[in-house]
Design a protein around this ligand. Sequence first.
Ligand code: G6Q
Length: 551
Amino acid sequence: MDQTKFDQTKVDAAFLKLDAHKTRLQNTRMRDQFAGDPTRFGLFSVSCGDLLLDYSKNRIDTPVMTSLFDLAHAAGVESKRDAMWAGEHINFTEDRAVQHMALRYQGDSEVVVDGLDVMPDIRRVLAAMKIFVGDVRAGEITGHSGQAFTDIVNIGIGGSDLGPAMVTAALVPYTRADLRLHYVSNVDGAHMADTLKGLDPARTMFIIASKTFTTDETMTNAASAREWLVNSLGDDAVQDHFAALSTNIPACKAFGISEARIFGFWDWVGGRYSVWSAIGLPIALAIGFDNFEQFLAGAGEMDIHFRDTPLEKNLPTIMALLGVWYRNVWGFSTQAILPYDQRMNRFAAYLQQQDMESNGKSVTAENKSVSGATGPIIWGESGTNGQHAFYQLIHQGTDIIPCDFLLAVNPHEMMGQHHAKLAANCFAQSEALMLGKTLEQVLAELDIAGMDEDRAKQLAPHKVFSGNRPSNTLLYSKLDPKTLGKLIALYEHKVFVQGAIWNINSFDQWGVELGKQLAKDLLPNVLDKAGAATHDSSTEGLLAAFKTRQI
Ligand code: G6Q
């Protein structure tokens, strides 16, 4: 890959400047910055259409932001972004283009990958999906015995599961009660068994979602699903009850899936970026094709924003730079994702894959070890639940955890004060993290409450909040398909910008291979097959203990 756009000397110089800013700001408190500048919110907030990013509650000032943008320029973020859009093989270890943006492109121009306009193929698959979705939802495509489908089980894992599962849960208000989507990913038979419990084979459809159609977990689950169906409806039913989403068409056919039920995509769509492709079929079945199109359109809007907006007003870039500021300069190693939306309770899990599989890397584009930290640990949970669990550590623990709060202004259900309370809690958390509470404030409160001085002195340190803890807040009108598409694309591009700054390949995932390979080697040991390999003493000990406990 052409790395001339990444200027190491300038990147190093930008980091040195940022280190100096950190020293300068070490004793600056955000609460004083807010008190000293009533325009701070306006200065450090930015929008993309209806989506507002408030990043004013961060340990920044204008010189910090200027140096962060200098860093982005030095790392060649814009030229790398252009290279991605131009279809260059920026996934250089797999020698592939990265063009998931084409899947949600709304314009009329060509999108060329490896010399070919990919738009006609994309539109062809979308058109086939539209017909299929319409027919299933209308009960025109039925099961083998002529009954309409009521349950659809998506079998996939990783990128072929997390996106559709998260999006389906997030968009429940757009789903139908008489067409239920289920997701089975784990090779643990419990996942399949629990899902199938209570389902009627005659009204159940299976979608095998696998880019490669070779993934062991998915193939194992697919075989069990097939057996469950065949046991009750016979072999002939398979073609009526199975569909496939894959780039490996021959393998789908070999499984017994009819060509009309195979929806393809392409190798320039990475697994964790595939929710926009045929992998999104279960979403479309759940929410209807028009809504699925809105979902794509929302992501398309974010693409245009990311591609065309100067870095200084560019949401993904700003979020990425703040992440780099904390990860590399301040040494904060984790990032919490805190949507104040119960239906977004799989969002953090989805972003874990998107971010950690993309940027959990230690080798640069020049095949050298990276000199600093790369991808942070991503975690989180919906608010307000987390407040009654792990927020204690976020407020008073020894680690500083930058947080992203997400909130829709308008709920789908108008139920008394529920949403007002949800919003108040969301705003209160970022305010509390920023403000903290000083020893003097605590002592004054205890005095007013009538506590005697000695007891108050003992208790007060425990009630102090250091504050000055950073967060972003993303605010949007409603969690509709378009907004969700936009939010996901926002984080995708954020991850891209960070990968560009760290000069790593955000699009491969070699780190998942070793475990897969060893699991293959270990299966004969677990099954007690002759000729199985020997292992280290811990692994041998565990195998022996496993066997002595088998009932
Ligand atoms: C994502 C990864 C990975 C992949 C799964 C499933 O970027 O490549 O999570 O999506 O391993 O792969 P298949 O879709 O090929 O079954």
